[in-house]
Structure formats: C-alpha cells, structure tokens
Design a protein around this ligand. Structure first.
Ligand code: PEP
Ligand code: MG
Length: 588
C-alpha cells in the first residue's frame, strides 16, 4: 500500500452506500470514455518528451476544434459554433497550459498532469454561483477528454489491464461497464452519480465489493494515485487520509471481516422466526454463476434472475442457444431449488447495443421492460423458447416485469403460449405446467392486485420501481435521491395492501426489490405477512440473523406502529430504533 502524500489535505465525502465493506487503496479515475489515468511520475530526462506530448495535444485539439467549428457554422449557424470558440479560448489560455506544464516539470506524466489540472478547473466552475457557468463543467470535461485522447492515443489503458488492486473513481458507470468489474482488480468503487436502487448500484451490491455512489463530485476532487478509503458502512469516501485515519480504518476493516465470518456461520441454518415461522430467503442474480454464491450464503433458491444482462454485452443479442446455456447453468447450479427467471427488462438504463444511442425523453416512462418485449416479439419468443427448453431441468418459474395492465399480462401469456406451440410442433419437451407470475412494480398493478391474483401463479413485488413510480422519483438520479425512500407511509400502506390481497387470494407473494435486503425493513415486512424475501446474496446472512432473532408477534407490533406514522422520518427513526434493539452491533 502506498504511503499517503503528506502535502494533500484529507477530504471526507458523504454519499450512498451500495455494499457495506471497507476498501483502502489507490484511486484510478475512469473517464467517460474509459480512460484510466494513473498517478505516474517520470524520470527527469523524460520531462521534455512529456512537455512536447502536451504541446502536440494542445495544437492537435485546437486544430480539430477549428475544423468542427467551421463545419458547425456552415450547417447550424454562428450560435451553434460559439461553444467551440469557448473551447478554443480555454485551450489558448496561457495560465491553464502553464499550470499543466508546471506539474509536468515536477516530474509528472502529461496525462496525469492534464487530468489533475483540468479537474481543478472543473471544481472551480462547479463552485460558481451562476448556473450558466456551472454548466460549463461539461465543456471543461470535454476539453479534458479531447486532450487526453491526443496524449494517450490508441495506447490508452483500460481496466482489464490493471495489475494491482485499486479503487475505481468515476462520474458514472453504465450497468454494462459495472457488470465487467468483477473480472478486474477493482476492489472498491466511488461514483459521482447514482442512487441506491439504480441498476449500477444493484450490480455493485451483487458483486459485494465496497462502494459509495451519489458523491456528486468525487471524480473531480481526486486524481489517479490518491490514497482513498471507501467506507461502505458509514457511506463515506475519505481521500488522502491521515496516518491515524488509516490505522483506525485498518481496525474497522478487521472488525467488519470478523462480523462477516460470524454471519457466515448461519448459512446452513434455516431462516425461521423465534416462534417457528419459516421464511424463504432467495437470491437476486444477474449471471448464472451467482446462483452458487447465493447458495454459499445460505439462500433457498433464486427469486429473481435478471436475464437482460445477457443482452448487455458488446457482442450484442444472445442467440436462443446461448440463452439456453445460461439458463441451464443457473438451473443446474441451483440444484433443485426454485428459480424464477424474469424475461428481459430492457430499456430505461439498460439498453441493447442497437438502442444504445437512442435518447428517450423519459426513459423510465418509456419503451422499457415488458413493453419493449411485446414490441419485439421475435426477441421475446426466442427468449421464452430458451427458458421453456430449460424448464424440465429444475423447479423453474417464469416472470414478466413491469406489468401495468391485465391486457398486457394476458398478451405476454399469449406470446408464451405461441412459443409453447412452436416447441410442441418441433417435438421439444418443456414443463407444460410452468408457473407464470408477474412483478408488481407499478401503482396500477398494486391497485388492481385482486384482479391480477386471479391470473398470476405468483406475484413478486419490485419495490425499486414501485417506489419510483409511487413517489415520482427517478430511482437512478442522485439529485432526487433524498425523496426516494421505502419509509414513505404511502409505500408501506401499498405493501401492506398487496401482501394482504395476495394472502387472502392464496397467491404466493414475494418481494425482490432492494427493500428485501435492508435490515431496516425486515420486521415491518415480516409483520405484514411477507414470507418470501429475494435479495442480493451478500445481504442474506444479515437478514437471516435478524429473522432468527424476532418473533411474529413482535414484527406484527412493529408493522402496526410503523403504519400509524404520517411521515417517512418518523417511520425511519422508529424502524431504526426497533432494529437496533434486536441487532445492537450491526450497522443499520
Ligand atoms: C424492482 O424494480 O424492484 C426489481 C426487483 O427489478 P429491477 O431492480 O431489476 O428493476
Ligand atoms: Mg423493476
């Protein structure tokens, strides 16, 4: 581990935790275009080379911009071209260039020096009062990227080639980028953007590596090589920590590992309340191999397989055969336990390669999920054939996402029947009695739950989306994340009503949103009668411990009281207090 550079001040940033561990290491900054700018010094004799690299980058950038400005002026007019005038003006600013050169002269590599100084500029713009000037941050980022592209050329480094464990710092990561992190040496993540239930957050949680997101400007505050602590327990990122802070965190890291070891001792025990109520704890997975991770954490099966991750890869659409192989692997790894395969939930923040350039004005309300599948029937039927073919291999269930209306659910089931007929004609066996359920994640579905109970074999509540649509808060937008909470009384009442309606109708009802894995809500959910919880495997041990520590009557009392409050703050404070009584040593 590097020693902290003494001249730099310790900086503490607060964000949203995606998973609770602690990671200490060097920062690597990932640019929007996948540039990774490591902290790099160069020997004295290389300084002049780095300076001429910078010189070329500046002149090349100015030349490129000049050409673009000319083209823009001709096609869109003078005003549109003005933005490039500003970029050129910045690049001609002697003070900026002088600052970068000074850093190179103190033996830093050109890329590192450029990135560090440009970040300082970005920070300066961010602090300005005039919102128009704040908007200029994007332009400065653009200029930085242009310079870096010239400096690094094709030889730019990517995350796959990291040689030592690092903390990844970025403005944002797409779900696709995040999905590849487990194959790298990244051991902690800090992001400017993101909210607790964004898909990027969900993937980071599944992976189980410490992460704090929604930090606003961490990517401009840090430079490659800075020492960073990601504290997923207290939702903090500490940049350039003092020696005392590092020592303190080494101790906390050890405590955290001890607690995890203690929890892993529960993996073979059932999730049963003190008065003997058995609860099913299932895993949410994005990739087949995670099934085994879930089992090692003590899960009873898979409650949600987010299959769309098969699509979010550079190679594009998976064939029926590739899908079949993935489903087969997940089912076999699950070893006879139930597994619920959800059909593609594409759109919103999860776009296919073909759609990745498509801009929707309101993606969360746009062509996403079951709507997208129903408009792309070939793709949809291919997926259902692959699932059906794999269905005799285990206890497989099929689930449709984001159902809003009965018509939509019926249409999806009709398409499934078409796929069944295709297989029958081809003489391919499948489970004819496969259970077909739906995700209840829209207010409309919650209101019509009784009708859905007549047509669905099971219902799984998707609180991530349900909260977003009930409270009108984009689940992935850090600017409104303070409004996004499961503690809102409207959310609690909707959950109570849905669970009650399903219980009365005798329809199996689970919950697979992030709330299922949050200890804060465990007693409430038990108290309203929920008995199937599906969550990121990493959360299973703690939830199991909590369930084994409480009784049904105790949870019912907690749920009743929680439902009596009028504001989310009262609910959160009350639930935190009650949870702390049961698990005093756990971070909640
Ligand atoms: C949900 O919305 O709660 C859910 C589990 O689905 P996803 O997070 O994939 O949208
Ligand atoms: Mg959802």
């Amino acid at each position: 581990m590097p020693t902290p550079r003494t001249a730099i001040r310790m900086d503490i940033l607060r964000g949203i935790s995606v998973s609770p561990g602690i990671a200490i290491g060097e920062a690597v900054i990932l640019e929007a275009e996948d540039y990774r700018i490591p902290f790099r010094t160069v020997p004295e004799k290389q300084v002049s080379d780095e300076l001429s690299l910078l010189e070329t980058a500046f002149s090349q950038s100015i030349e490129e911009l000049g050409k673009q400005r000319k083209w823009l002026r001709k096609s869109l007019g003078r005003e549109a071209a003005n933005v490039f005038d500003w970029h050129i003006g910045v690049l001609k600013d002697k003070a900026l260039r002088g600052d970068i050169e000074a850093l190179i002269r103190s033996k830093h590599a050109a890329a590192y020096a450029t990135s560090t100084i440009m970040r300082k500029y970005q920070r300066r713009f961010k602090q300005m009062e005039d919102p128009l000037l704040v908007e200029r941050v994007r332009d400065v980022q653009d200029i930085e990227r242009r310079l870096l592209r010239c400096i690094l050329g094709e030889g730019r480094e990517d995350l796959a080639h990291l040689t030592k464990p690092v903390i990844l710092v970025a403005h944002d990561l797409s779900p696709t980028q995040t999905a590849h992190l487990p194959d790298t040496k990244v051991m902690g993540v800090a992001l400017d953007a993101g909210a607790a239930t964004s898909h990027t957050a969900i993937l980071l949680r599944s992976w189980g590596c410490p992460g704090v997101i929604g930090l606003n400007d961490v990517s401009t505050r840090l430079s490659g090589g800075d020492l960073v602590i990601v504290d997923g327990v207290n939702e903090l990122v500490i940049a350039n920590p003092s020696r005392t802070t590092i020592d303190e965190y080494r101790g906390r890291e050890a405590d955290y590992i001890r607690l995890s070891d203690e929890l892993s001792g529960l993996s073979d025990l059932p999730a049963v309340t003190r008065d003997g109520q058995r609860v099913s704890l299932l895993s949410n997975i994005e990739f087949p191999h995670e099934t085994s991770v879930g089992i090692s954490k003590g899960s009873d099966g898979v409650g949600l397989y987010r299959t769309e991750f098969l699509y979010l890869r550079p190679e594009g659409a998976p064939s029926e055969e590739e899908q079949f192989e993935a489903y087969r692997e997940a089912i076999l790894r699950n070893d006879g336990r139930p597994i619920t395969i959800r059909t593609f939930d594409l759109g919103a923040d999860k776009y296919t390669q073909e759609r990745s350039y498509e801009q929707e004005r309101n993606p969360m309300l746009g062509l996403r999920s079951i709507r997208y599948s129903l408009q792309n029937l070939d793709m949809f039927k291919t997926q259902m054939r692959a699932i059906l073919r794999a269905s005799p291999l285990g206890d497989v269930r099929l689930m449709f996402p984001l159902i809003v209306s009965l018509m939509e659910f019926r249409q999806a089931k009709m398409t499934l029947r078409d796929s069944m007929e295709d297989l029958e004609e081809a003489g391919i066996p499948f489970d004819e009695g496969i259970k077909v359920g739906m995700m209840l994640e829209t207010p409309a579905a919650a209101i019509q739950v009784k009708e859905f109970c007549r047509e669905a074999a099971f219902i799984s509540i998707g609180t991530n989306d349900l909260i977003q649509y009930l409270l009108a808060v984009d689940r992935g937008n850090e600017r409104v994340s303070q409004y996004y909470t499961g503690s809102n009384p409207a959310v609690l009442r909707a959950l109570r009503d849905v669970v009650r309606a399903c219980t009365q109708a005798g329809v199996e009802c689970g919950l697979c949103g992030e709330m299922a894995g949050q200890p804060l809500y465990t007693m409430f959910l038990l108290g309203i009668g929920l008995r199937i919880f599906s969550m990121a495997p990493a959360n299973i041990p703690e939830i199991k411990k909590l369930i084994r520590s409480v009784s049904t009557t105790q949870s019912q009392r907690v749920a009743r009281r929680a439902l009596s409050f009028e504001t989310e703050r009262q609910v959160t404070n009350y639930l935190r207090e009650e949870t702390r009584k049961v698990l005093p040593t756990d971070p909640i």
